[in-house]
Design a protein. Structure first.
Length: 408
């Protein structure tokens, strides 16, 4: 580890208050099992007692560290939007906040750390009764921002310094998340010349059935709106819904995806989590078999893993066997940012595309902090977050990335 003394900091005070994430919490299993839309919400019963309803308001814990010189460093704790599957944490609860805040204050006030990485060492195996991975994520953001304030460096430069990175990576491209607004948000992403779109986030059998027609539409729309020098990647995220729809019948999945690829000639296509699994080992094995069969069948597409690839140990199941072409590193699911960094470096070592993702349910602070991680470690793509309006997330990412590249 590079000398971290210039990024050392001391915490004089700790505070944590209630906040909200950038979207809502969905019971993904209930949605995929057929919960019916009712305006913005859904009718029907949730799949597990940990959900009060199929869609519920999001909760965030907002952390502030007051440093010895009076400056304040911030970090936000939250979960991703789609919960209940894929080894993801449970939703945060407001009623748990006072006790967690009290215990964190006792643990952190007066503590000194020799830099970001030394501070994050305390977050390994962070206990569930202190908020688990979502709280570890928020604390690590605050630690990185504290090291930046203490040193007068940008967070990206703190990471380069502490990890001994002596190169500047190419600027990451953006992966647009168009949400359920497949057309208007796609128009916005195209007009902004985003590197990869539209994500689409298919959760139901009906959305899967609509995809081929939509793939034709978006291909034609790109050509209609933009000159030929704009060649974005096309990215479709199934959240395992296609596997549920076809009972993981690989032949049917290949036929279905082959139709989409045929309709999108001229553009590289990425499919994220088409198959359903109940564990990381099963998910990696299914992905590896599907990749082999797609290649043998001549369907020219790429695969991205997200669900069940929630930490370096799980990611290694996919990268080591070359089961997929890319990993969406779901940042809140990884807990401390040091774990996300480990995942980025693992992808690069195994020559797998490192897609620094996350969730529409993140906050402005968590997004701005993770931009610096992606810039320092050479992420391939950055997910447009928070929210699903596209403009807001794209604005936060673009402005923070521009500032960070300029060293502001």
């Amino acid at each position: 580890m590079a000398n971290a003394s210039k990024t050392a900091f001391r915490i004089a005070g700790f505070g944590m208050v209630e906040g909200i994430g950038g979207y809502w919490i969905n019971d993904q299993e209930a949605v995929q099992a057929g919960a019916q839309p009712d305006g913005f919400f859904f009718t029907g019963q949730p799949s597990k007692p940990l959900f009060a309803a199929v869609r519920t308001p999001s909760v965030a814990y907002c952390i502030a560290l007051r440093l010895a010189d009076g400056q304040r460093a911030y970090g936000d704790c939250m979960t991703v939007a789609n919960l209940g599957l894929g080894g993801r944490p449970d939703p945060l609860r407001i009623d748990a906040l006072p006790d967690i805040a009290k215990r964190l204050r006792q643990k952190l006030e007066g503590a000194s750390f020799d830099g970001f990485r030394k501070a994050c060492a305390m977050l390994d195996d962070w206990p569930e009764d202190l908020g688990g991975r979502p709280v570890a994520y928020g604390l690590s953001q605050a630690f990185l921002n504290a090291a930046a304030l203490a040193s007068g460096m940008t967070p990206a430069d703190v990471l380069r310094h502490e990890y001994g990175i002596d190169r500047v990576y190419e600027r990451p491209g953006f992966a647009a998340s168009c949400g359920s607004d497949w057309h208007k948000n796609a128009d916005k992403a195209i007009a902004r010349r985003v590197a990869m779109l539209p994500h689409a986030a298919m959760q139901t059998a009906d959305e899967c059935r609509r995809l081929p027609e939509y793939a034709s539409w978006i291909t034609n729309r790109i050509r209609e709106l933009m000159p030929s020098d704009y060649q974005p990647d096309l990215h479709f995220d199934f959240h395992a819904s296609l596997g549920r729809m076809f009972d993981n019948d690989e032949a049917r999945v290949i036929d279905d995806r082959g139709d989409v690829v045929q309709r999108t000639q001229g553009y590289r296509v990425y499919f994220e989590d088409p198959l359903f699994a109940r564990g990381a080992q099963e998910a990696a094995e299914r992905a590896r078999r599907l990749r082999e069969r797609l290649q043998a069948s001549g369907v020219d597409c790429r695969l991205i893993a997200d669900e069940w690839a929630n930490a370096p140990g799980e990611m290694a199941l996919f990268t080591g066997s070359q089961a997929v072409h890319g990993i969406q590193i779901k940042v809140p699911d990884n807990g401390p940012l040091t774990t996300t960094i480990e995942g980025l470096r693992l992808c690069q070592k195994d020559q797998v595309l490192a897609y620094l993702g996350g969730s529409c349910n993140e906050t402005d602070i968590s997004v701005r902090t993770t931009v610096h991680v992606g810039l320092a470690f050479g992420a391939w793509r950055l997910f447009t977050k928070p929210g699903l309006g596209l403009d807001e997330g794209l604005m936060i990412l673009t402005n923070e990335l521009n500032r960070a590249e300029a060293g502001l």
